[in-house]
Ligand binder design. Structure first.
Ligand SMILES: [Zn+2]
Length: 102
């Protein structure tokens, strides 16, 4: 029997409070990946966004953390939007001064 990497998809992410909610989860509709329909996601992915003092609610320039999820099947990054999961497009930026083809 293949052992895989079982156990990854169960339970709440570590560090989150175990909130008891009186909801019958099996009766609720599951949000799935907009690309492949997979219902399972890796969580605890974070990106950091820079807010200028104009954009920031505090009036100060700062960096804010945004928590995202990644589809286990196709790997796209999503975040909840309304009743659906919306794909988030994020480009990887190479750091300055580390150009390999110099
Ligand atoms: Zn997917």
């Amino acid at each position: 029997m293949p052992n895989g990497d079982g156990g990854r998809i169960m339970g709440a992410p570590p560090g989150q409070p175990n909130v008891k909610v009186n909801i019958n989860l099996t009766a609720l509709e599951t949000s799935v990946c907009p690309e492949c329909g997979c219902p399972f996601f890796y969580t605890n992915l974070a990106i950091y966004k820079k807010l200028t003092s104009v954009e920031s609610p505090t009036g100060k320039a700062e960096t804010v953390r945004v928590i995202l999820s990644q589809c286990m099947e196709c790997g796209i990054i999503v975040q909840p939007k309304g009743m659906e999961l919306e794909r988030v497009l994020i480009e990887k930026v190479e750091p300055e001064g580390e150009k390999k083809d110099a």
